[in-house]
Design a protein around this ligand. Structure first.
Ligand SMILES: Nc1ncnc2c1ncn2[C@@H]1O[C@H](COP(=O)(O)OP(=O)(O)OP(=O)(O)O)[C@@H](O)[C@H]1O
Ligand SMILES: [Mg+2]
Length: 358
């Protein structure tokens, strides 16, 4: 199951239009899609003709009420398209969750209630701000789809936006793959052509080949509470959304973000655990392993690691005060840097020691 947040802090660039019509296009490609409306304006909900006032469980309840179940919040909108709707009460979440532990993980936690096979794709429509609701959407997502419209500000805002995403990735310790799609293009104008060329130059890795043209039909559909496929099924816009959907399906990542996160963790060397810092080393042939460093005053014998019978790794947990420490492993008498830790520091002699930050 892939989860994609449709995000851009710039208002009105087409997040909701893309979220609704892309979901619909994906469902026409046999993908089972869940669209989550994370915007208190509830435009995705209304744009698909859903009246959320009568519903007992919306995104708001999912975020606020620990006993609210995802399965009770899902509204079916077609054979393969379902929606978790929003309404205006969602705007209170920011204040109501302020200061609460794990407040940016509420949506992600609730979505884990879904069976892995329940949906192929989850799309999350974000509000036009980088607040708690957007954070919740990003934490729950492996990918981000950024619509940009054909305006000068949108193009230049994109670099800022990608920087913001990087900061968020650092803060949340969570990597996401970025896709960019141009919306509202009028390819007859010089500006639109320049925009596309510029985008290809600077964001080619992330830019979708498909783009969405300007058409009044998309506005009409939103007002009618339907997707483009329901009243203009053969229009150019519907073909463009199908192309975008196909491209996204083809770009399905082979490695899941979760796997990458686990892999990156391995490259971060020692891990903080409740009792201290866990050092581990994968060295099956070794007959003795110890660790030494600034926290042992570089003692020659170091602190011994024991082989864990379960996974065969050499391990030891050491209580260490906060700070930065250089260290090395001693494997059968030979001093080595920690092969599982990318961070290192050079001493006065130019020798490289692994670096631990507690
Ligand atoms: N390709 C398009 N052609 C014509 N109109 C469009 C197109 N894309 C979006 N619009 C219109 O532009 C307006 C803003 O679009 P939309 O609501 O999708 O943006 P948004 O990014 O979700 O806005 P917000 O930031 O408020 O959530 C809407 O009236 C929508 O119908
Ligand atoms: Mg919107």
């Amino acid at each position: 199951m892939r989860t994609i947040a449709v995000m851009n802090q710039k208002g009105g660039c087409g997040k909701t239009t893309i979220a609704i019509n892309l979901s619909s296009a994906l469902s026409r490609l046999d993908q089972r899609v869940l669209l989550v409306d994370m915007d208190p304006q509830a435009h995705a909900t209304v744009g698909l003709g859903i009246k959320s006032e009568q519903l007992d469980v919306t995104v708001y309840e999912l975020l606020m009420d620990p006993s609210a179940r995802v399965s009770d919040s899902i509204v079916r909108r077609g054979d393969r398209l379902s929606v978790i709707p929003a309404n205006t009460v969602l705007s209170g979440v920011e204040q109501e969750l302020a200061g609460r532990e794990g407040r940016e993980r509420k949506l992600a936690e609730k979505l884990t209630q879904l069976e892995e096979e329940a949906f192929d794709l989850i799309l999350i429509d974000c509000p036009p701000s980088v607040g708690l609701l957007t954070f919740n959407a990003l934490v729950a997502s492996d990918e981000v789809l950024i619509p940009i419209d054909a305006s000068f500000f949108s193009m230049h805002g994109l670099i800022k936006l990608r920087e913001t995403l990087e900061v968020i990735e650092e803060e949340l310790d969570h990597r996401m793959r970025v896709h960019v799609v141009c919306n509202n293009l009028d390819t007859r104008t010089r500006f639109s052509k320049e925009l596309l060329a510029e985008m290809k130059k600077f964001h080619s890795g992330a830019l979708a080949d498909a783009y969405i043209s300007h058409t009044v039909r998309l506005k009409e559909c939103a007002a009618e509470g339907v997707s483009i496929f329901e009243i203009h099924g053969t229009s150019k816009a519907s073909q463009q959304f199908l192309s975008l959907a196909r491209e996204l399906v083809e770009k399905a990542p082979r490695v899941e973000t979760k796997e990458l996160d686990a892999w990156m963790e391995k490259l971060h060397g020692p891990k903080k655990v409740p009792e201290g810092v866990l050092f581990s080393l994968d060295f099956p042939e070794a007959s003795s392993v110890s660790v030494t460093g600034e926290f042992t005053d570089w003692s020659m014998e170091g602190i011994p690691l024991e082989r864990d019978p379960e996974d065969g790794l050499w391990k030891v947990v050491i209580g260490i005060d906060p700070g930065e420490y250089a260290y090395q492993f001693i494997v059968d008498g030979i001093w080595i840097r920690d092969p599982g830790n990318r961070d290192f520091i050079r001493n006065e002699l130019g020798e490289e020691n692994s670096l631990l930050v507690v």
